[in-house]
Design a protein around this ligand. Structure first.
Ligand code: ADP
Ligand code: MG
Ligand code: MG
Length: 210
C-alpha cells in the first residue's frame, strides 16, 4: 500500500486550500448566522499563506506539519487559527520523523492532532464544533484501516463520516466558541468549523486517491 509522503501531503494542503477558497462565501454565511461572519475569510487567508509557504519545501512530513501549524496560528486568528494550528503542530511529533508515513502512522498523527484540538479547545463531541466532524472521521478511518481497507478507501469512509458529523451539528445548541453566546438560538444552523473540517478530510481523500 502506498505510503503518504511529502508530495501527497502537499497535495492535501493545496486541495484543502482550493476547497476553502471555493467554499469561502458559504463558510462566511454559516458564521454570519451564529458567529461573526469571518470563518471563510480566516481559513482562506490561512490556507493561502500555507500554500505560499510550500515554495520553501520542508524536508519531511514532520517539518511540513510544523510549518503548516505555525502558519495557521500566525495567519488565521480567531478561535479556529489556534485550533487548526494545534491540529497540525501535534501531528508533527506523531510521525516519528519518518520520510513517508504508512497509513496507520498517518491515522495516528491525525488522532494526535485531534487530541490537541480537544486539549486546547475543551470541546467534546456534541458541542457544535469542528470536533463533531473530526471525531467520527478519525473513528471511521481507524475502523476502515483496521478491517484491512486501503488508505484511499479508508479516507473516503472518513470523509463520509465527517460530512455526517458536520450535518449533525445543525440541531445542536452550541456550548463552545462564539456560537455558544447565542444559546438556544444557535440551534438550526450548521457549524462553520465543522464544515471546514469536513473539507479538510475530503481533501485528504482526494489527495490520496490521485
Ligand atoms: P471566531 O469564532 O473566533 O470568529 P472562526 O469563525 O474562524 O473563529 O471559527 C469558528 C469555529 O471554530 C466554530 O464554528 C467552531 O467549529 C470552532 N470552535 C470554536 N471554539 C471551539 C472550541 N473550543 N473547540 C473546538 N472548536 C471550536
Ligand atoms: Mg468567526
Ligand atoms: Mg472572528
Amino acid at each position: 500500500m502506498a505510503d503518504v509522503d511529502t508530495d501527497t501531503l502537499q497535495r492535501w494542503l493545496r486541495v484543502f486550500a482550493a476547497s476553502v477558497a471555493e467554499h469561502k462565501d458559504e463558510l462566511t454565511a454559516l458564521d454570519a448566522a451564529i458567529g461573526d461572519a469571518d470563518h471563510g475569510a480566516n481559513m482562506d487567508r490561512g490556507m493561502q499563506a500555507v500554500v505560499d509557504g510550500l515554495a520553501a519545501t520542508p524536508a519531511d512530513p514532520a517539518a511540513l506539519f510544523k510549518q503548516t501549524g505555525m502558519t495557521l496560528v500566525k495567519s488565521v486568528g480567531g478561535a479556529s487559527g489556534p485550533l487548526y494550528g494545534t491540529l497540525f503542530l501535534r501531528m508533527a511529533p506523531a510521525t516519528g520523523g519518518a520520510a513517508s508515513l504508512d497509513p496507520e502512522t498517518f491515522a495516528k498523527a491525525l488522532r494526535a492532532g485531534l487530541e490537541g484540538v480537544v486539549a486546547r479547545g475543551k470541546a467534546e463531541v456534541g458541542e457544535k464544533t469542528m470536533v463533531d466532524a473530526l471525531t467520527p472521521a478519525l473513528d471511521a478511518l481507524d475502523a476502515a484501516l483496521g478491517s484491512g481497507q486501503s488508505l484511499a478507501d479508508a479516507l473516503r469512509a472518513a470523509s463520509a463520516a465527517a460530512d455526517e458529523g458536520r450535518d449533525g451539528t445543525t440541531p445542536i445548541v452550541a456550548r463552545k466558541g462564539r456560537a455558544s453566546y447565542l444559546g438556544e438560538r444557535s440551534a438550526g444552523h450548521q457549524d462553520p468549523g465543522a464544515t471546514s473540517a469536513a473539507l479538510l478530510v475530503a481533501a485528504a481523500a482526494t489527495a490520496v486517491a490521485e
